[in-house]
Design a protein around this ligand. Sequence first.
Ligand SMILES: *Cc1c(COP(=O)(O)O)cnc(C)c1O
Length: 426
Amino acid sequence: MTNRSQQLFERAQRHIPGGVNSPVRAFRSVGGSPCFFASGNGARVTDVDGNSYVDYVGSWGPLILGHAHPAVVAAVQEAAAKGLSFGAPTEMEVEIADLLCDLLPSLDMVRLVSSGTEATMSAIRLARGFTGRDLLIKFEGCYHGHSDSLLVKAGSGMLTFGNPSSGGVPADLAQHTLVLDYNNSAQLEQAFAEHGSRIAAVIVEPVVGNMNLVAPAAGFLQTMRTLCTRHGSVLIFDEVMTGFRVGLGCAQGLYGITPDLTTLGKVIGGGMPVGAFGGRREIMEKIAPLGPVYQAGTLSGNPVAVAAGLATLKLIQAPDFYAQLEQKTKSLCDGLASAAEKSGVAFSAQSIGGMFGLYFRRQCPQNFAEVMECDTAAFNRFFHAMLDAGHYFAPSAFEAGFVSAAHNKADIATTVSAAEEIFRTW
Ligand SMILES: *Cc1c(COP(=O)(O)O)cnc(C)c1O
């Protein structure tokens, strides 16, 4: 029964465009109407009709400790009781900045913001201000938030200057963004050969999580590092999703590449609005009030949000935290893949740390074009069947999934056996 969710969704559409405050929540690509959630606890969420689900979305990544972790909730309550916001410096901001710079050797300095979008938008302005150049390289299928310069996709063919992929983005602005194929090192080399002296920055998801999960091919990130160094361009790793999700050292630690700037969000806020961008001192010193690149925020470094982030960042440093997370996530993927194989369903799955990708395609995709070959109708069937059985996956074939520390072996096992049942009569 989902009567209350349906009633709320109808009511929501009267005063909220599409009934949602962020588009993927609307279930448009999978069909049907979204679940309205009432509460979450550990690995589970409960909707307003009282249905309970094992949750593999985790608020799209932040909830690495699961829902309503007692230590995070207590930290938030304690901070809230002392005042919700000051618009003046607080001690906890210094603590989280120190901690982020300790955990990530590529960060000499860091600035807090309130979302991943703000972090990437500001990092790009900073890279442009630092280099005095305008041109930006991004990769098709990578999502870096919804600021103008980043809502651009490729035209057809190689090295096409971008066209906006959203209404309301000036073509003039999109022209400064060059969109290339993910995992295509040769194309990247060609772009630098042609435009190197004009390229302010390359921004990349070092592991992509926004066109489903796509892993970096051997050498791709290294090529990027080498070219940026050679041409004086700023390499920005957008780790808003991968940061403290694929490992304690983030993707840059996992692959051994040092970016010039890093953007963070999601996990570092533990479910509250926190983003950050940081990196090399000489670049970060260009930010106001030290330098000419302006960036500011009324609620930046908000004490209640930072309290949730700090509590989360403390707990993920426990020994074996990532080994266990990785093992559980891998067992989910292996279990689903072997269930599909038993029934002859064209399916593949892979995980990196606590994030995973499921594909209705025989092999894991390597780029946007291959992701587009996945069978979305099959995904939508799978999604709804799993939802009915009490397992909440992202409502789109083009999103990564997340396992939290609160998921136990039994949660994973019930999800795998639900999938076995569904694939048996596929
Ligand atoms: C989620 C995400 C963003 C945007 O973050 P918001 O907090 O939603 O603004 C940017 N980059 C990546 C890689 C993301 O996954």
